[in-house]
Write a protein that binds this ligand. Structure first.
Ligand SMILES: *Cc1c(COP(=O)(O)O)cnc(C)c1O
Length: 393
């Protein structure tokens, strides 16, 4: 029994590669090579070197004393907010650009909704001097102007997706079309543990540096590598997958996943995939997703752009249905208040995505000597205007 992917990219009944025939050569090339490349000593050395000197790893594991006092339990924060570019996403884009280079690719494409993954991709393309095209829905381009400016400044081309609802799923369709047309020279960098096999497993392995560091840091601080619980917010699920990775098959460690309930799970404006999702295919993967009774994907909503995704990766769908993970949905209001609380108790302004994870302490009680690690996926600078408008600061 394992909660990792099998050879075909299945987590229980979820995962696989449900792709158009014309995409098969692209994913097949990646599938046949990714594990071998990731095990090459020169790959490991280059990946580790950039994580250390460019991203700034290891990120600290910080004992949050005032937060712990308030909630009467031992809370540690894994500080992914201190990564270069302000969140965990760069761990994956560094890994994938090195993978692309090993595969002889000279051009990168990506799709982005909020722009965070587009910025992380444009960053590593600048670092490596590789051409970068980022697809983005026309509506998202107008909603996320600062990230569009960042991508352009970093030298990327931002191509608007003009079809459908002109948001993330339309940008994804455009990126897939581009990849089909450019199978030889182009690598498609997917930004979370979603998409067809091998992406969910590959992205989880790149993000697994998070739990690897937690193990040694906790051993030093508490004399055990294992927390009682590890908590992370879930959009597609990559920061959570990285934080859980080395604990997945260790049932002494509780796994808690926090989703965005938006204006309320049953408000019609939410992104609470585990509560509302049904089995279906999204982005080439069989997983849980929010859909209408005739199988159309429902437009998700959350105040945090990074959690605003209608599905979850297949690892998380399996953690939910198997009962290995405990899934909690947090509303916009609960998250915003938790973000303010953490700012004022710890001097850390979290990304609104991460604020969802902090909000569970008002609802989920822990024992006084429990060790609870919260993965602090990103910093709140990008969300300042949303906090300002919400709290009328
Ligand atoms: C993108 C993002 C998320 C959500 O993505 P996952 O793949 O679920 O991790 C969470 N937190 C921050 C700060 C993000 O930028």
């Amino acid at each position: 029994m394992t909660y990792h992917a099998n050879e075909k990219g299945y987590y229980g009944e979820f995962g696989g590669a449900f792709i158009p025939e014309m995409l098969y050569p692209n994913t097949e090339e990646l599938r046949q090579n990714y594990l071998q490349i990731m095990e090459e000593p020169s790959f490991i050395e280059e990946f580790r070197g950039l994580l250390k000197d460019y991203v700034g790893r290891p990120t600290p594991l910080y004992f949050a004393k005032r937060l712990s006092d308030k909630y009467q339990t031992k809370i540690y924060l894994k500080r992914e907010d201190l990564c270069h570019t302000g969140a965990h996403k760069v761990n994956n884009t560094i890994g994938q650009i090195l993978m692309a280079k090993r595969l002889g690719k000279t051009r990168i494409i990506a799709e982005t909704g909020a722009g965070q993954h587009g910025v992380a991709t444009a960053t590593v393309c600048a670092l490596m001097g590789i051409e970068c095209v980022v697809y983005m829905g026309e509506i998202d381009i107008s909603r996320q102007a600062p990230n569009v400016a960042r991508m352009k400044m970093l030298g990327a081309e931002v191509r608007p997706a003009l079809s459908g609802s002109r948001t993330l799923k339309d940008a994804t369709n455009e990126a897939i079309r581009d990849w089909i047309n450019n199978p030889v020279n182009t690598h498609y960098i997917i930004g979370s543990v979603v998409g067809p096999h091998p992406y969910p497993d590959m992205v989880a392995r790149f993000q697994a540096v998070i739990s690897e560091e937690i193990q040694s840091q906790l051993l030093e601080k508490e004399g055990t590598p294992n927390p009682d619980y590890i908590v992370a917010c879930v959009g597609g699920g990559s920061n959570a997958a990285g934080a859980y990775y080395h604990y997945l098959d260790n049932e002494d460690v509780g796994i808690i996943a926090v989703e965005a309930a938006g204006k309320g799970i049953h408000s019609g404006e939410s992104a609470a995939t585990s509560a509302l999702g049904k089995v279906g295919i999204i982005h080439g993967s069989k997983t849980l997703l929010m859909q209408t009774s005739d199988g159309q994907i429902t437009e998700p909503y959350s105040i945090s752009a990074g959690l605003d995704y209608p599905g979850v990766g297949p690892m998380h769908a399996n953690l939910f249905t198997s009962g290995r993970g405990e899934f909690i949905s947090i509303t916009d209001d609960e998250a915003m208040n938790a973000g303010l609380l953490v700012s004022q108790l710890e001097g850390i302004i979290p990304a609104i995505e991460t604020s969802h994870a902090f909000a569970i302490f008002d609802y989920r009680k822990f024992k006084q000597d429990d060790i609870v690690v919260v993965n602090l996926s990103g910093r709140g600078d990008k969300d300042l205007q949303t906090y300002i408008d919400y709290f009328k600061l």
